[in-house]
Design a protein around this ligand. Structure first.
Ligand code: NAD
Length: 341
């Protein structure tokens, strides 16, 4: 048997997930949830989805009566994750939500509570937790293969906007990533979360304090609600430091860790792969995988066997990242070091 998934929100990343599901061994794309009747028609035809498994945002709760859907995967703008995770949980469906889990700690807590109360499992779409190069840097760091890691540099940014164009009037209704209510923030929410994640799983520890600085704002209209760039520093219990940057104005994609007896690094590091890297002992390279397929297969395999999902991909993990992101914004706004103890 394969697990039957309904994708909720049919934007860019949902399309990538659908490609992963298409080659998956453990799940089917069985349903869709969309606000667009045109998209519903297109997806139903393309993926052979029956009318009865197609929902809109209004009638979505009726999915409670649909035995042919086992799991809802929420791929909506960040500010909508909470509502749809809770509605899916109340309908008795296991649920995966994309990263960041939501835009506030309180939201994450409500989502975890709703899933617990309805006895469904909740996962966050952390695709790199299943990627072999990342599993290796996690091992190198946590098993101290090159000794204790002392310093990490991580950055992920994409030149999503032309930052030299300082005059364009931006309609924030058409770009949810610039709309604070829908995004929760700028590239820190979207991309910086990967730098936080990698630092945490390579060190196997939680940050105890953060400092942060907003970068230059080139287009004040476009970036009136969300940051264009931000840099931050995380201090860990072991005294390790992680220095990170994210931006939607320039391209960067790098991870570098220095330990007592060596170093390891990846560039590109945090995107869809393939990843190329080196350690002070040699090359760091694994075969390229389909990250979406692998993530879904590993999650669905456990759900099909009625097993508990591992802690590092659950709501508790998503909440940790959101609380670190909050502290980073607070540090950037106040110019103060924010304690996370
Ligand atoms: P997108 O803009 O391409 O898609 C968003 C979808 O939500 C669209 O289909 C849109 O129609 C729908 N939507 C419903 N209500 C909306 C509203 N009020 N305003 C705007 N859109 C609305 O975005 P995306 O890149 O697919 O991102 C969706 C989610 O996936 C985000 O949480 C993002 O962080 C996450 N994501 C994850 C990865 C990853 O690698 N894990 C990659 C990209 C995006």
């Amino acid at each position: 048997k394969k697990l039957n998934i309904a994708l909720c929100g049919l934007g860019n990343y949902a399309t990538m997930l659908a490609s992963g599901i298409a080659v998956s061994e453990y799940c089917n794309l069985a349903g869709i949830v969309t606000g667009s009747p045109e998209k519903a028609l297109k997806w139903k035809a393309q993926y052979n989805i029956p009318d009865k498994n197609s929902y809109n945002y209004q009638n979505f709760d009726e999915i409670i009566h649909n035995k042919d859907i086992d799991l809802v995967y929420v791929v909506l703008p960040n500010g909508l994750h909470k509502e749809f995770v809770i509605r899916a949980a109340k309908a008795g469906k296991n649920v995966i939500t994309e990263k960041p889990m939501s835009i506030s700690v309180a939201d994450c807590q409500e989502m975890i509570k709703a899933c617990n109360e309805n006895k469904v499992q909740l996962a966050v779409g952390y695709r790199l937790h299943y990627e072999p190069t990342h599993l290796e840097i996690k091992r190198l760091g946590q098993e101290k293969v090159f000794g204790q890691v002392r310093f990490i540099e991580a950055s992920l940014g994409y030149k999503t906007y032309d930052t030299l164009d300082k005059t364009t009037i931006v309609d924030k209704k058409n770009d949810w990533r610039l709309n604070k209510k829908l995004s929760g923030g700028g590239p820190l929410m979207d991309l910086g979360i990967y730098c936080i994640q990698a630092s945490r799983y390579v060190l196997g520890e939680e940050p105890i304090a953060v400092t942060a600085q907003f970068g230059t704002v080139n287009n004040k209209d476009r970036f009136s609600e969300t940051e264009e760039s931000i840099s931050w520093q995380m201090e860990f219990q072991s005294d390790a430091i992680s220095n990170c940057t994210t931006s939607c104005g320039f391209d960067t994609n790098r991870f570098y860790a220095v330990a007592d007896e060596g170093s390891f690094e990846l560039s590109p590091a945090l995107s869809y792969g393939p990843f190329v890297g080196k350690t002070s002992a040699g090359v760091l390279k694994f075969p390229e995988i389909n990250q979406q397929k692998t993530q879904l297969d590993e999650i669905c395999k456990l759900l099909l066997a009625n097993k508990k999902l591992p802690n590092h991909i659950t709501g508790a993990e998503g909440l940790k990242d959101v609380s670190i992101i909050n502290a980073i914004y607070k540090a950037a706004k106040t110019g103060k070091k924010i304690s996370l103890k």
